[in-house]
Structures are given as structure tokens and as C-alpha cells.
Design a protein around this ligand. Structure first.
Ligand SMILES: C[S@@+](CC[C@H](N)C(=O)[O-])C[C@H]1O[C@@H](n2cnc3c(N)ncnc32)[C@H](O)[C@@H]1O
Length: 376
């Protein structure tokens, strides 16, 4: 599946609504195109030669770049396009909301898979620190007992945002991870798979399609994301079991999964919570099991100082409260610290299925015990 996957729960709109979406997209493409090119030229030609020393990090040029008119235009347009995107989509979702909820009920009744919400769950404080990337109400928006809005918004906004970033329609983070599994772990035949931080379930549903004999589970903290994810999976005929839980404390039995994945979870997680999630992966994996954490390619040690500055905009202006935590995080070190053998731990940049960007992955596996490896 991909960003081009269509299903009945996506908001339907008319010609005018579509035009408004296309206007947002054109604006985002111009920001990423000509506005960013002008900003980069100004940095190279005007700021960098005037710096007292070769910059080591974003802070070494921040003051000078912020003073550029091309930066002010790029930054304002970026924020305005993001606000407009959510406004346009929220209106369209409001207009189509009754139909979507009715279809959600119809498709979910008797569909394979399940939804297990936990009203008593205390989400960690960081989850409320911001309305991440400006999404109205944030991930935890939950207006009523059956609310779906957070999930509908997340999927629609994520698709439009990604197109504006130059990510292609046939991109799928899960497909890229599945390709990696096929290349690097061809013998892995997972009986149970877990997707951590699944949001609207956009990646979770790829796993039953790739491993039809596996039982696929997915967790998130956000109830309205999960309700939507369950209905979306049902609409697509995908038997995923969704559970409201903290990825650091899922409640599943130790050793009960053979493949654990996360997609863009860690850049939405506070630094102090990351090791606990990694430790939970170690607890949950069976011998021979593999965990693969895919995320955005913003690792500070891989980015030039000016690229670090551009990346930090997400934190400073797009409500990405944990972006810089993730940019500085060392997931491979956390995996080793959690007990994975150092020689099983790696990290890499993998070219996206469709589009110019790579995805970051951090990977680890648990040694197979003899009985397990002969049974596989
Ligand atoms: C960027 S979204 C993930 C998108 C989704 N995996 C995908 O690729 O389509 C991050 C999600 O992580 C969830 N999240 C953050 N911290 C979490 C935690 N400790 N446990 C479970 N979910 C968490 C948020 O609620 C949010 O839905």
C-alpha cells in the first residue's frame, strides 16, 4: 500500500475543495523549490563567506540566516502553508464527517482484526507538549466517545504534506522496511508482528499483506487515531489488532513477537522516553526476532550545518517538540544498552520507494536459540 491507497473513509470533497488542496500543494512545492533555492544561494553567497569561522553547527549561522529576506519569506510561507493545509482539510472533514463515521461503523462490524482501547491509560506528558506539526487538537484530540477526527486528519494531512515535500505518491515507509527485511533477513518468517506508534495505521496494514500467516498488532497512545486506524484497516480488509498502549509498556507477553517495527515514532518521542521503548522491544522479541525503527533522516552527524539549520525549523516553527531530541539521539547505542548484541545492531539510510529522500533505520536482532532456529 502507499500514499495512493484509496479507501472509503477518506474525506470526499468537491471540485472547489480539491482546488484548495492543490493550492496548498503548489505553495508547498514552491517553498521546497524556488524559495529554498534562493535561501540556499543567499547562505552560500552572502552568509557563509562572512562568517568568522567555518560553521560546525546550526547555531554558528542562525543569527545571520534569520536576518535574510529570503529566510523570512521561506519561513513565513512554510508556516502559512501548513496552517492553510490543516484549515482546508479540517473543513472538508467536517463536511463529510457523518458519512465517514457511518461507513466506519459498517465496515468495522464483524471485520477481522480488533480494537482494544484503554480509558485508564496515562499517556506520558510529552505527548501533550504540542500539537505536533500543527495538527488541530494534536494527536490526542478526542472530542467524544467515538471520535475519529485525529486519525482522518493525520492521514489526509500526512499525504498532502508528503507530496509537498517531494515524496512520491507510491511511497510507503512500510514497503521500504519490508524490502529491507527481504534483503537482510530473508529467512525471517514472523508469526507475530508489532507496529509501535501506528497513528492512523497507514503502515500497519502493509504487514498482513506481506505476511498473510502472521498475526499483526499495532499500538498507539491516541484513542481517536486508533479508532480510525481500526476502521481504515477494516475498510481495506486488513486484519490488524490495534491496542491503546504506551510503546514503552505494551502489556504483551515477553518474547511474543518475531518482528517489531516503528515508523516515524521516535521523532515524536521525548528523549527520556526513548530508552524505555527500546527496552520494551528487547523484552518483547522472541529469540531470532528483529526490530527495525524507521524514521526521518535528520541525524546531526549526517547533516551539514546549514542543513541542520533548515531541519531545526521543524522544531522551532512547526510544533515538532521532539525533533531535536531525535536529531541528537543515538538509537544504536540505546539498542546495545538494552541488551542487543553489538554485532546485531546497525543503522543506515535507505532510499525511499518513491521520492528523493532517504529514510533512517536503526535495526537490531536477538540471537536465535538452537531450538528456535531449527523450528523456523
Ligand atoms: C508520526 S506518528 C507515526 C505515524 C505512523 N507510524 C505512520 O508512519 O503512518 C507518531 C505516533 O506515535 C505515537 N506515539 C508517540 N509516543 C508514543 C508512545 N510512547 N507509545 C505509543 N505511541 C506513541 C503518537 O501518538 C503518534 O500517533
Amino acid at each position: 500500500m502507499s500514499r495512493a491507497t484509496r479507501h472509503q473513509l477518506q474525506p470526499q470533497t468537491d471540485h472547489d475543495g480539491l482546488s484548495r488542496q492543490l493550492a496548498v500543494l503548489a505553495c508547498k512545492q514552491a517553498i521546497r523549490g524556488s524559495l529554498e533555492q534562493q535561501l540556499t544561494r543567499d547562505y552560500e553567497q552572502r552568509v557563509r563567506p562572512a562568517l568568522a569561522k567555518e560553521p560546525d553547527c546550526a547555531a554558528d549561522m542562525e543569527h545571520e540566516v534569520r536576518a535574510l529576506n529570503s529566510y523570512k519569506l521561506w519561513s513565513c510561507a512554510n508556516r502559512a502553508s501548513q496552517n492553510r493545509m490543516w484549515q482546508v482539510l479540517a473543513e472538508q472533514i467536517d463536511n463529510d464527517y457523518d458519512r465517514i463515521t457511518q461507513v466506519a461503523d459498517e465496515v468495522s462490524a464483524n471485520a477481522p482484526g480488533s480494537l482494544d482501547l484503554d480509558e485508564t491509560l496515562q499517556a506520558p506528558d510529552y505527548q501533550f507538549a504540542a500539537n505536533i506539526h500543527g495538527q488541530p487538537g494534536g494527536y490526542m484530540l478526542n472530542r467524544a466517545e467515538h471520535d475519529l477526527a485525529a486519525g482522518i486528519l493525520y492521514e489526509a494531512g500526512g499525504n498532502l504534506f508528503a507530496l509537498g515535500q517531494g515524496i512520491g505518491k507510491t511511497d510507503s515507509k512500510a514497503q521500504r522496511v519490508l524490502q529491507y527485511v527481504a534483503e537482510q533477513h530473508p529467512d525471517l518468517k514472523p508469526r507475530r508482528i508489532l507496529d509501535l506508534g501506528c497513528s492512523a495505521g497507514g503502515q500497519s496494514t502493509d504487514y498482513p499483506a506481506a505476511f498473510p500467516d502472521a498475526e499483526v498488532h499495532a499500538v498507539d497512545l491516541a484513542p481517536a487515531m486508533l479508532r480510525f486506524a481500526r476502521a481504515r484497516a477494516a475498510a481495506l480488509g486488513s486484519p490488524v489488532h490495534f491496542r491503546q498502549a504506551d510503546a514503552a509498556s505494551t502489556g504483551f507477553d515477553a518474547g511474543s513477537f518475531d518482528l517489531i517495527v516503528s515508523h516515524n515514532l521516535f521523532h515524536e518521542t521525548a528523549a527520556e522516553h526513548m530508552p524505555a521503548i527500546i527496552q520494551e522491544c528487547h523484552r518483547l522479541l522472541a529469540p531470532g526476532g528483529v526490530c527495525i525503527h524507521q524514521d526521518v533522516p535528520i541525524q546531526l552527524d549526517r547533516l551539514e550545518p546549514f542543513a541542520q539549520f533548515i531541519s531545526a525549523w521543524q522544531h522551532d516553527n512547526n510544533d515538532e517538540a521532539h525533533w531535536l531530541d531525535f536529531a541528537a539521539a543515538d538509537l544504536p547505542a540505546m539498542l546495545v544498552e538494552a541488551g542487543f548484541p553489538a554485532d546485531s545492531v546497525s543503522s543506515d539510510y535507505l532510499q525511499a520507494v518513491d521520492g528523493p529522500i532517504p529514510w533512517y533505520v536503526a535495526v537490531a536482532s536477538k540471537p536465535a536459540d538452537k531450538a528456535t532456529s531449527s523450528a523456523r
